[in-house]
Design a protein around this ligand. Sequence first.
Ligand SMILES: Cc1cc2nc3c(=O)[nH]c(=O)nc-3n(C[C@H](O)[C@H](O)[C@H](O)COP(=O)(O)OP(=O)(O)OC[C@H]3O[C@@H](n4cnc5c(N)ncnc54)[C@H](O)[C@@H]3O)c2cc1C
Length: 235
Amino acid sequence: MTAAVETRWTTARIAAVERDGTRLVRLRLDVDGRQEHLPGQHYVVRLRASDDYTAQRSYSTASDPTDPLVELMVECLPDGEVSAHLHDVAEVGDVLEVRGPIGGWFTWTGDVTAVAIGGGAGVVPLVSMLRHARRLGIADRLRVVAVGRTLEELPYAEELIAAGAFVALTRENLGSRVAAPPYPEEVRDLVDLPTPAERAYVCGSVGFASFAQRVLGEAGMRASEVRVEQFGATG
Ligand SMILES: Cc1cc2nc3c(=O)[nH]c(=O)nc-3n(C[C@H](O)[C@H](O)[C@H](O)COP(=O)(O)OP(=O)(O)OC[C@H]3O[C@@H](n4cnc5c(N)ncnc54)[C@H](O)[C@@H]3O)c2cc1C
């Protein structure tokens, strides 16, 4: 774990924009004076209107720390002030105000074996952890559970499946798995095998986070070893 580093506002140029499906936008940012992040950290993005009205929200990094660009994956919420702008309006070449990387608690560098459970956009920081683990050849230290309504709505679905994450869809069947949130037995297998996980990470909406913490408890994970990051209506 690194000591908290003072971060200042800087600017980032959008180097790539990719719209996946109807609700997700992947942004690749060239951040001025960028500091390397830890998997799990986030950036704050601040939008400024011509009358100087500003709105700022937090977005987790999806990129591996050694990626020269910072990757964000934003889910467009109905009438969401910032996510709708990033989804509908943002273009390559636009300059955003950003601050980061931020966060010291919800980070995983590979020092402990862990189970990580993300719901919807909550999988984004777990993707950074997975990419980091794969680059270092320590993928066996991180077991990821990704939960989405449908495969199309789940950010990074293909990459998560290819990396061996356990994917649970709640509104459509996936292979032989019937649509349902993850069962405690499914999570217990990941908590226990091949060696017991020392820590757990939970990321998603407030409702999802309480569900995932309960399931982890039923699967035998100690509450003191569970680190939670919640996405509220604003961040
Ligand atoms: C640490 C952290 C990391 C995050 N990482 C990500 C990430 O990687 N990807 C991601 O997509 N999100 C992430 N979030 C969530 C993100 O910060 C925003 O909360 C999200 O994008 C919504 O912001 P918005 O401005 O689009 O919507 P907001 O304008 O904040 O609105 C959110 C929702 O509430 C509704 N709403 C707003 N005001 C009212 C009201 N008065 N009455 C009723 N409904 C209302 C809106 O219609 C909308 O659906 C993260 C949050 C945190 C805290």
